[in-house]
Ligand binder design. Structure first.
Ligand SMILES: Cc1cc2nc3c(=O)[nH]c(=O)nc-3n(C[C@H](O)[C@H](O)[C@H](O)COP(=O)(O)O)c2cc1C
Length: 339
């Protein structure tokens, strides 16, 4: 199963393993790649994974989470990513640019940058503590329009200038801006971007629509926060049934694959990740909903063995297996998987 190839729009993956996006902290203070960045991505290209999702790229100067991260908010930074995408083009392995608007800073130094502003849907703090304890300001309607446009511009640059061959992924999880909009814990707006589920998901839908309009044939995926709580917790905030509805709407809009993770519960920090596949219940629910649309779904989080990966595929929990931390720390992690 794991070696079975799968098509996502116009690309064919040689196996079912995805390298999940992980912030590498390898970029310089201007967000330019360093030799370390190139080494890290070369290792990903050698890892055996069939698809690489590169770490989050800021779409707007206000959307950064740190100084040392890649960005796509102007042509110059998009061009600087070419040496990375070339590594993957030479090996015929698709690589995806993940697009993010942080709205949660991870370093205080960023707050001193005059080109940065900490904004959010309603000026509320995120429920799982942010590394930087600072007050955000609620976005104006005109700024929301600007952010939607910044996702579209970044997506176009990722495909046309940086040459990401696997297209783009819109980051709608882990308590960042889009995921803050999805959740009643952080979105108490009374305009068309708050209140009902359709209103809370409006920002995500408008971003997907704007991105799809500019990327031509390149695949568009969404990394969706399935719930504000881990599978064993009581539901409070965004619920699984709400996110399944969002996923079906995204399917109707024509996204090409869906990545499943946590919303305000982030990616399962502190849970037992020793081959527990802790988000399997969420992936299974999404896969059940997406199957009729022929949209592949991944399961990521605490998958550590080939046996578990095969079992998840066989039991139709997911179509793709995401591996995060092990692949970043050990480039030979997949060597026993015979990919
Ligand atoms: C340090 C760190 C940085 C991360 N950065 C991102 C990111 O940029 N984008 C994203 O979608 N997920 C990010 N994640 C979450 C991972 O993609 C993945 O979901 C998580 O590590 C669980 O999978 P694993 O158990 O295989 O590591 C990050 C995780 C860690 C530990």
């Amino acid at each position: 199963m794991i070696k079975e190839n799968i098509s996502i729009k116009n690309i064919v993956l040689k196996n079912r393993v995805i390298a999940a996006p992980i912030v590498t902290n390898s970029w310089d203070d201007n967000g330019s790649p360093t030799l370390d960045t190139l080494e890290i991505y070369k290792a990903y290209a050698e890892s055996g994974a069939g698809l690489i999702v590169a770490e989050q790229h800021a779409v707007h100067t206000w959307g950064r989470v740190s100084l040392r991260q890649p960005s796509l908010y102007n042509d110059k930074s998009a061009l600087e990513l070419r040496p990375i995408t070339k590594i993957f083009r030479d090996k015929n392995i698709p690589i995806v640019a993940q697009l993010n608007f942080g709205a949660r800073a991870t370093i205080t130094k960023l707050l001193d940058d005059p080109n940065y502003k900490l904004v959010s849907p309603s000026g509320l703090p995120t429920p799982r503590k942010s590394p930087v304890d600072a007050n955000s300001r609620a976005l104006e309607l005109i700024e929301i329009k600007e952010i939607i446009q910044s996702f579209a511009d970044a997506a176009r640059r990722a495909v046309e200038i940086s040459k990401f061959s696997g297209g783009v992924q819109i980051y709608a999880s882990h308590g960042y801006l889009i995921s803050q909009f999805l959740s009643t814990l952080t979105n108490i707006r009374t305009d068309i971007y708050g209140g009902s589920l359709a209103n809370r998901a409006r920002l995500l839908f408008e971003i997907v629509e704007a991105v799809k309009a500019v990327v031509g044939n390149a695949p568009v995926s969404v990394r969706l926060g399935a719930s504000d709580n881990m599978p064993n917790e009581l539901e409070n905030g965004l619920t699984l049934s709400e996110s399944v509805w969002i996923a079906e709407e995204l399917a109707n809009m024509g996204i090409d694959w869906l990545s499943v993770s946590g919303n305000h519960c982030i990616y399962g920090i502190g849970v037992d990740d020793n081959d527990t596949a802790y988000f399997a219940p969420y992936s299974k629910a999404m896969r059940n909903a997406m199957y009729k649309y022929d949209i592949p779904v991944d399961c990521t989080g605490g998958i550590r063995s080939l046996e578990t990966a095969e079992k998840l595929l066989k039991e139709k929990v997911c179509d793709l297996i995401g591996i995060g931390r092990p692949l970043l720390s050990d480039k030979s992690f997949l060597s026993g998987w015979n990919l």
